[in-house]
Write a protein that binds this ligand. Structure first.
Ligand code: C5P
Length: 230
């Protein structure tokens, strides 16, 4: 059984992204194409990866602009029909709802507070409340604007779940199995913690893609996640 994991294909070239896609596809539901791959390889990256994998496509462009520009950006990727497309919740209600209305068949995912941001970083950019309080507020705003999915840290996912409807998909990056390097992530959790706290989909990049055997790494984490459901 495939585990509810989106593997971040943040690769140095398209050939590597494709190799990773093939390696992890038997074990995970979703492949995430983000800025590194999309800005270099564009739509071809999605077309090529789709030829190799039956996984859902998560287009992680983290759009954050005025509503008219976001509408244009959504139209530009409409032909790709990704299952998920990210926007920053801090772009505000009008921007989020513009994305939702432009792509009615894609789950617009609102990113709350990045998991790389801690209390101090958040204060520096002018937020007075904590990362978890700010994330909850942004999640509620995004859902009110029509977003059907939220990105947040696994540390606040249970609190967000209490504040949004059951059918809102809660997605958690910043996943680090015990003992793994945290890299640039701050608000981290293990895969088990994220699932137990109520995450629906775990975003995992380097803990899988920095391993020599990417396929084996994906299988180990997927088995661990699936074991929680047994
Ligand atoms: O697991 P790793 O840290 O390598 O993967 C992080 C991935 O998740 C990156 O592709 C990053 O863009 C994405 N991310 C995100 N939201 C966050 C933090 C990371 O979508 N809050």
């Amino acid at each position: 059984m495939k585990a509810p994991i989106a593997v971040a294909l943040d690769a140095p070239d398209l050939a590597t992204a494709k190799n990773w896609a093939v390696a992890v596809s038997p074990y995970v539901t979703t492949l995430k194409i983000g800025l590194e791959t999309y800005l270099r390889d564009g739509k071809e990256s999605i077309h090529e990866i789709r030829k190799l994998s039956d996984c859902d496509i998560f287009l992680d462009l983290k759009l954050h602009d005025i509503p008219a520009t976001v509408i244009g950006a959504c139209k530009s990727v409409a032909e790709l029909a990704p299952k998920y497309l990210t926007v920053h919740a801090s772009g505000g209600k009008d921007m989020i709802s513009a994305a939702v209305q432009t792509l009615p068949n894609t789950l617009i995912v609102a990113v709350t507070i990045l998991t790389s941001i801690d209390d101090r970083n958040l204060q520096e950019i002018g937020f007075s409340s904590s990362p978890s309080q700010s994330s909850i507020k942004l999640a509620q705003l995004a859902v009110a604007a029509g977003a059907r999915a939220i990105v947040c840290s696994a540390q606040e996912v249970s609190e967000i779940r209490r504040n949004v409807a059951d059918d809102i998909v809660l997605i958690t990056p910043g996943i680090r199995p015990a003992g793994k390097n945290r890299d640039d992530q701050q608000r981290i959790a293990t895969p088990q913690e994220a699932i137990s706290n109520g995450a629906d989909l775990l975003v995992i990049g380097r803990p899988i893609t920095s391993e020599i055997d990417v396929s084996a790494a994906a299988k180990v984490i997927s088995d661990e996640v699936n074991d929680i459901y047994l």
